[in-house]
Design a protein around this ligand. Structure first.
Ligand code: HEC
Ligand code: HEC
Ligand code: HEC
Ligand code: HEC
Ligand code: HEC
Ligand code: HEC
Ligand code: HEC
Length: 390
């Protein structure tokens, strides 16, 4: 019998095949039991094609923007967007794993990470050979998760999201969403196997450019990390125009309506209109999707009611608090100033808080941090009155 597993990329040069008979029963079991583990990425998924870009981003280097937008290029390079995907050999990430061990209590499995010939490998007694790690997802601001890939029997790129991630404090821990993975033997004890469309999606949201033909990713042509062209679409024409003293016609994202602008971010952070059905404020997954939560807020929905003292209508979207070219600001005073800019009854703007003074930190009660798993938290972007402390 031929199956996809048979053609998993050779995990080492001497032994090219994984023993299928060993794996299949375990795999089936895991597919049946691990729906909770895959929920983070599959529940709100759109068709794979929508993330995987070809024409829109084309080949691109932010160096071509630096000549005229030097400050932006420089500060953008420090953002989590720019660093959200790296080859495992990158100096910035390899030592997060190399030389370390981790024991998963949930499955009793030990993992060991080593460098051999400049390649990062994972080894464990739960699996018969060393597994090369090629990609590390995540900038490290929240987590870094290895992804192993191989070519399946149809020639498509399949993969596995590893159940161990590196966290900002330098420790290794279970990957968010895989807490319940308890298999102790075979491929499935290593993490969540993902079919080609999901693997392409991972790269689609974490890259500037992914080249996919018949479900196979051409990694030589893939540009890891999110760069300018991922948000500013018509860059080649802009380069041509600016190089020839023509008028700039590049789209100004600030000219989009607030919802259009948020949906651009929502291409990856998820869009409210693709969820379908009622959105439940108590949905524990919701804080992960800032662009879904924010647009439920009265602050967003009723923003046009607010006219600033200079006569300008208020505008509220992601860029009110996040400069897309700079790392996120974590000082609450900055964000609270955004609230107070609209919430000021004395200026006949939006109502004031009944509970807290204007000098207090609005975020703790109205945009609280919600823990997800043991190591990560998300900020609830659905600004509202919440029952806290339950
Ligand atoms: C040769 C100089 C030059 C290069 C190279 C260049 N730009 Fe520009 N860009 C400009 C100028 C000048 C403007 C302002 C045009 C205007 O206001 O009419 C502009 C405007 C923009 C705007 C719109 C700003 C706004 O809101 O008005 C964006 C977005 C932009 N550039 C992105 C890029 C990106 C991304 C790159 C790299 C692919 C790039 N630019 C490369 C000169 C350049
Ligand atoms: C191409 C997909 C994509 C698009 C488009 C996108 N993001 Fe992101 N964003 C990501 C990914 C992936 C991360 C995770 C970065 C990491 O690895 O830490 C992220 C992280 C962030 C963070 C967290 C940074 C931190 O310091 O923790 C913010 C804030 C953010 N994005 C805002 C935006 C805004 C605002 C827009 C629209 C202007 C936007 N994003 C568009 C994919 C995207
Ligand atoms: C729809 C777009 C999208 C897809 C598909 C996607 N991601 Fe992400 N990813 C994001 C965004 C947006 C963030 C930042 C916010 C967050 O953490 O959810 C992120 C964050 C991350 C992080 C940083 C840690 C964290 O939780 O913040 C890792 C690691 C990661 N993704 C790995 C993956 C892997 C592996 C896959 C494929 C199995 C994948 N992502 C698929 C959009 C996506
Ligand atoms: C995550 C999406 C995203 C990425 C990536 C991104 N931008 Fe932007 N950019 C925006 C948004 C949104 C605006 C509008 C900002 C606003 O309205 O305040 C903008 C505005 C601009 C502007 C005009 C306004 C200004 O701030 O001067 C320029 C120029 C620009 N971007 C260049 C770049 C360059 C160069 C890169 C790559 C180094 C880049 N952008 C990467 C989303 C992005
Ligand atoms: C663009 C203007 C604007 C911004 C910025 C803004 N709000 Fe609002 N907010 C509003 C408007 C308008 C309402 C509806 C007021 C009403 O019901 O009369 C509102 C309602 C609220 C409510 C009541 C929600 C409910 O469901 O009853 C809370 C709480 C709130 N805002 C807190 C905040 C906080 C905290 C911030 C900053 C993190 C903020 N707002 C930022 C305009 C804004
Ligand atoms: C009223 C201000 C405000 C607005 C508007 C806003 N954010 Fe945030 N965002 C924050 C704050 C505060 C944090 C937490 C920053 C910290 O402590 O590091 C945050 C953090 C994030 C993170 C990091 C993960 C997390 O949940 O902590 C992402 C991703 C993010 N925002 C995306 C977005 C997107 C996408 C939009 C537009 C839909 C948006 N934000 C609009 C204030 C805002
Ligand atoms: C200690 C927690 C806490 C802090 C801090 C806090 N709030 Fe509130 N806020 C509440 C609670 C609780 C309510 C609901 C009060 C009620 O309905 O009786 C509320 C209500 C509101 C409302 C709706 C008022 C109404 O009449 O319906 C707005 C607007 C608001 N807060 C804005 C803010 C802003 C802006 C800040 C920061 C300056 C802030 N809050 C700080 C807990 C807090």
């Amino acid at each position: 019998m031929k199956t996809d597993m048979e053609l998993m990329r050779p995990f080492c040069s001497t032994q090219r095949r994984i023993s299928l008979n060993q794996l299949i029963p375990v795999l089936i079991l895991v597919i049946m039991t691990s729906s909770a583990a895959s929920v983070w990425f599959t529940r709100y998924d759109r068709p794979p094609e929508s993330f995987v870009l070809s024409e829109r981003s084309s080949h691109f280097s932010s160096k071509s923007c630096a000549e005229c937008h030097a400050e932006i290029v420089k500060s953008f390079a420090q953002t989590p967007h720019a660093r959200t995907l790296m080859r495992a050999t990158d100096k910035l990430v390899i030592n997060e794993f190399a030389g370390k061990r981790f024991h998963r209590d949930e499955s009793g499995v030990d993992f060991q990470y080593d460098i051999l010939d400049n390649q990062l490998f994972m080894s464990t007694s739960a699996f018969s050979r060393k597994v090369p790690i090629d990609w590390i997802f995540g900038s490290g601001k929240h987590a870094r998760t290895p992804l192993m890939t191989w070519i399946d029997s149809k020639g498509a790129t399949s993969g596995l999201e590893h159940c161990v991630s590196a966290y900002p404090d330098g420790s290794l821990g279970t990957t968010l969403g895989m807490e319940e993975l308890s298999e102790s033997i075979g491929l499935v004890s290593l993490g969540q196997p993902r079919p080609p469309n999901e693997i392409a999606n991972c790269f689609g949201c974490h890259c500037s450019h992914v080249e996919v033909t018949n479900d196979r990713i051409d990694f030589d042509k893939t540009q890891p990390g999110i760069s300018c062209a991922r948000c500013h679409w018509d860059t080649s024409k802009h380069l041509h125009d600016m190089g020839n003293d023509l008028t700039s016609t590049i789209e100004r994202l600030s000219d989009l309506t607030p919802i259009e602008s948020i949906n651009r971010c929502g291409e990856c952070h998820r869009r409210a209109d693709e969820l379908g059905g009622e959105i439940d404020p108590d949905d524990k997954l919701l804080p992960r999707f800032a662009s879904v939560g924010l647009v439920q807020s009265k602050c967003f929905l009723q923003q046009e009611e607010i006219i600033h003292t200079n006569g300008q209508a208020a505008r509220f979207d992601c860029t009110s608090c996040h400069n897309p070219h700079q790392p996120t600001r974590s000082d609450w005073q900055f964000h609270t100033a955004v609230c107070l800019n609209c919430h000021d009854a004395t200026q006949k703007k939006a109502i004031d808080c009944k509970v807290a003074a204007r000098t207090e930190n609005c975020l703790t009660c109205h945009m609280p941090k919600v823990p997800a798993g043991k190591h990560i938290h998300f900020t609830d972007h659905w600004i509202r009155v919440q029952k806290l402390g339950q």
